[in-house]
Write a protein of this length. Structure first.
Length: 280
């Protein structure tokens, strides 16, 4: 590597390091604030010292959030809703993506265009009809309005899997068809395992979206025992004041699972976005 290449690489890493610092700064500030007392938050000049770490109970804010504020229940509710909705979305988008990519269906290109068009419709446009529908079904104050619609909101996942399945060779299907396999067997036993990176990527995206969802839980859930984490975080903010230390501690708790999930699945997520292909 010559001198010019080293300088270019050094400049690139410098820019990336600066950008990473800017991206991580809000999370670091949130983490530090979660280890402060209420009186330390508004000190001037601001301090980066996590004061509670030097006391007899360094996790006082986390203990308050996790036990006294019933945050474990909210955490469990969010995990159940997000996992169920993500699994459902993976299932429906896999079926739709395979059908659009590999099956000969009349008017499938027009139908695919309609599916993509739904991605440009804001949630605020459909939320009122959705609320009336859920009320008519008697699903208000249950988890069903948070899970079932996610099965049908998969324009991005359908597009992604259509492209992924389309990049896989048709020879697999031809060979399996000669052996007597049905279209569903070809999908389930051959193409679905090959699309594992894309399926994991869609699961992660759907899980994060449902984990962070606030509008639907706010509209559809009334009982406290059904609250999800975003609603639990809202309880720390009142009309005239807010428990900032508890809010930051709760935000850290709600963020950690997403970081862990993405870290464990990062390789598959990147492969899923890059697209399919078979080496050899």
């Amino acid at each position: 590597m010559n001198s010019q290449s080293r300088k270019t690489l050094f400049a690139l890493y410098t820019v990336l390091a600066f950008y990473s610092l800017l991206t991580l700064a809000p999370f670091l500030w949130m983490l530090i604030t979660s280890f402060k007392t209420a009186g330390d938050i508004f000190k001037l000049p601001p301090t980066l010292v996590p004061t509670t770490l030097f006391t007899d109970d360094p996790l006082v804010n986390y203990n308050e959030v996790w036990s006294s504020q019933n945050f474990f229940l909210f955490f469990r509710n969010s995990a159940f809703v997000s996992f169920s909705a993500a699994i459902g979305q993976v299932f429906t988008t896999a079926l739709a993506g395979y059908a659009f990519a590999k099956l000969e269906l009349p008017g499938k290109n027009w139908l695919f265009a309609i599916v993509l068009a739904t991605a440009f419709v804001p949630t605020e446009v459909t939320i009122i009809p959705e609320f009336l529908l859920m009320r008519g079904l008697g699903w208000i104050d249950t988890f069903l309005p948070l899970i079932v619609p996610s099965f049908l909101v998969g324009a991005f996942g359908t597009f992604m899997l259509r492209e992924y399945f389309g990049s896989l060779p048709d020879e697999y299907a031809d060979a399996a068809h000669v052996d007597g396999a049905s279209p569903f067997q070809i999908f389930y036993r051959i193409y679905l395992p090959l699309a594992r990176p894309a399926l994991i990527a869609i699961f992660v995206i759907a899980f994060i979206n449902n984990w962070d969802e606030l509008l639907r839980p706010l509209l559809f859930l009334n009982s406290e025992h059904l609250r999800t984490i975003p609603l639990g975080l809202m309880s720390f903010v009142g009309q005239y004041e807010a428990s900032w230390t508890l809010l930051m501690a709760g935000s850290v708790i709600s963020t950690v699972p997403l970081i862990i999930i993405y870290t464990l699945t990062q390789r598959y997520v990147l492969q899923g976005f890059v697209g399919g292909g078979v080496k050899g």
